[in-house]
Design a protein around this ligand. Structure first.
Ligand SMILES: C[S@@+](CC[C@H](N)C(=O)[O-])C[C@H]1O[C@@H](n2cnc3c(N)ncnc32)[C@H](O)[C@@H]1O
Length: 243
């Protein structure tokens, strides 16, 4: 084959799991008028968020909103707080959100400003609290969310939500297999899955109705989404799965 009749090089695939930052160079990847494309352009304008964070937050938020409406959003271990802000965009009946993290990224205000520029109605509705999971009080009408709280932090998120009787949605991250939490299911399923099944089971035992879903694995292999709400009085709940 000569240089003349050589196959054109395929354009590199745009990986949704990449950790590289979305910048203004990526604006053309979000050309449309959909909410997601507008969000993508806002995030590109802020030029500080890893690509994967946008897709994780979006996919988690839309699944959470199909299940849970309203309530203050409490985003624990929230980092830039993108998840909280998308949850407000998807449901205006949630008036406010609080994002809690001991290390609020210096670029978080940039993301917030970029979103407020396009959606001024978000202005003043999202508060950042620099602190650990206990840095904010949680009430029964709150919606507690957490995307990729590392290891046992996800358990603490769930514990805090249950203690308050609040709804909870978590996308667990790395799993501490040395903790013994995966036993006794290790003979049947892999350790991380065993830990997540344990979480779902404990929520059921705590009187919660549980929904288990996934976000696309092309974004992250840590893609199990666990959602739970206190059972309404008199309703018998179960673990329910879906996409
Ligand atoms: C993997 S990052 C996820 C950040 C964000 N939720 C996201 O999806 O991009 C884990 C976050 O947990 C935060 N974190 C660590 N220890 C914490 C604690 N004790 N309480 C609350 N957040 C904590 C870290 O600062 C970090 O922002």
């Amino acid at each position: 084959m000569t240089a003349v009749d050589a196959e054109p090089l395929a354009a590199p695939r745009f990986s949704k799991s990449a950790r590289g930052r979305l910048t203004t160079k990526d604006l053309g990847r979000f050309p449309g008028g959909t909410l997601f494309d507008r969000l993508g352009r806002a995030v590109c304008g802020a030029s500080c968020l890893p690509r994967r964070e946008l897709y994780e937050a979006w996919e988690m938020a839309r699944r959470v909103r199909r299940r849970f409406r309203g309530g203050r959003v409490v985003d624990l271990a929230g980092g830039h707080g993108l998840l909280a802000q998308i949850l407000l965009l998807l449901d205006d009946t949630s008036r406010t959100a609080v994002v809690v993290d001991p290390v609020v990224p210096a670029s978080a205000p940039r993301v917030q400003a970029a979103l407020c520029e396009i959606w001024p109605r978000l202005d003043g509705r999202v508060t950042f609290v620099c602190g650990d999971l206990h840095a904010t009080a949680i009430g029964p009408t709150d919606l507690v969310v957490s995307c990729h709280a590392c290891g046992a932090l996800t358990d603490l998120v769930i514990e805090r939500a249950v203690a308050a009787g609040a709804r909870v949605a978590a996308l667990p991250c790395c799993h501490d297999l040395g903790s013994g939490a995966a036993e006794p299911l290790r003979g049947w399923v892999d350790g991380p899955l065993a830990i997540d099944i344990g979480r779902a089971t404990r929520l059921g035992e705590a009187g919660y109705r549980v929904w288990t879903q996934t976000i696309p694995a092309e974004i992250t292999e840590k893609n199990r989404l666990l959602m739970a709400a206190p059972k309404a009085r008199g309703v018998r709940g179960a673990i329910i799965s879906g996409t």
